[in-house]
Ligand binder design. Sequence first.
Ligand SMILES: NC(=O)C1=CN([C@@H]2O[C@H](COP(=O)(O)OP(=O)(O)OC[C@H]3O[C@@H](n4cnc5c(N)ncnc54)[C@H](OP(=O)(O)O)[C@@H]3O)[C@@H](O)[C@H]2O)C=CC1
Ligand SMILES: O=C(O)[C@@H]1CCC=N1
Length: 266
Amino acid sequence: MKIGIIGMGKMGEAVAQGLAKYGVEATLRGSTRTEESAADVRERLGMACTTNNAEAAQGAEIVLLCVKPHQAERVLREIAPVITADQLLLSICASITTRQLAEWSGDKATVIRAMPNTPCLIGEGMTVFSAGTGVRPQHLEAAERIFGPLGRTAVVEESLMDGVTGLSGCGPAYVYLIIESLSEAGVKIGLSRETATLLAAQTLAGASRMVLERGVHPAALKDEVTTPAGCTIDGLMALEEGKLRVTLIKGVLAATERSKSLRNNA
Ligand SMILES: NC(=O)C1=CN([C@@H]2O[C@H](COP(=O)(O)OP(=O)(O)OC[C@H]3O[C@@H](n4cnc5c(N)ncnc54)[C@H](OP(=O)(O)O)[C@@H]3O)[C@@H](O)[C@H]2O)C=CC1
Ligand SMILES: O=C(O)[C@@H]1CCC=N1
């Protein structure tokens, strides 16, 4: 599989490193804006990297677009002359629609919009795809070959992709905030920072795996922890008083709204 990765920042690099780490057979050629970044990628990742986007895209079976949303139009118009109908353009840009991607790249390639998240770097990512016009099962299979080994994947209608961005794309940041807050609580009750962070992070990881592996509703799992007249119910009451649920819901909705509006200023 020949993949041209346009943009080798946090996400481009996470994908490249993930593919190498999980043994996915692929020839990677990256591109960046500055020679400094390209040299850094060549040196640290040992892969080809250039500042010539057309060179990275030309001949690749999959062109993976990993630049910031506001850079997408310029980059796609730049590579449009070398894009061909047999290529798959796979974009991870927040907000940018399959229609915009197709138009800017010259309406030739098949287009899939994807929303991964940073845990792809350790094979624990969540990547969601939505298909543009003319996408066939083999195109989704190709996208799956890249992101499948980097975690879990799902496919949704494009109308849901801004919400997906607000939930799982941005989600790791919310979770880090929660881990940091729980760790602060541990420090407050006298644990070392290191121990407090371990307790907080492993508790989130373990609870997440319970949801994923047992397939039980989170409310039922919460009930298993909550002893009548015990300690947990007092903790839960304090969290409900602080409106934790509605605050998290509002966080996802705010990010979703931002994802809807970004493309108009791209
Ligand atoms: N960060 C995240 O958690 C997630 C991000 N995304 C999406 O991924 C995309 C990339 O985000 P992220 O990796 O965080 O961004 P970064 O800022 O870390 O990386 C951007 C990369 O794009 C390169 N670039 C900029 N302009 C050009 C250009 N004209 N030609 C070629 N390369 C260029 C930069 O090169 P240089 O270093 O030389 O400037 C850099 O390598 C965004 O669209 C974002 O919406 C999706 C899911 C999660
Ligand atoms: O904050 C952002 O815009 C990007 C998109 C998803 C995660 N980070």
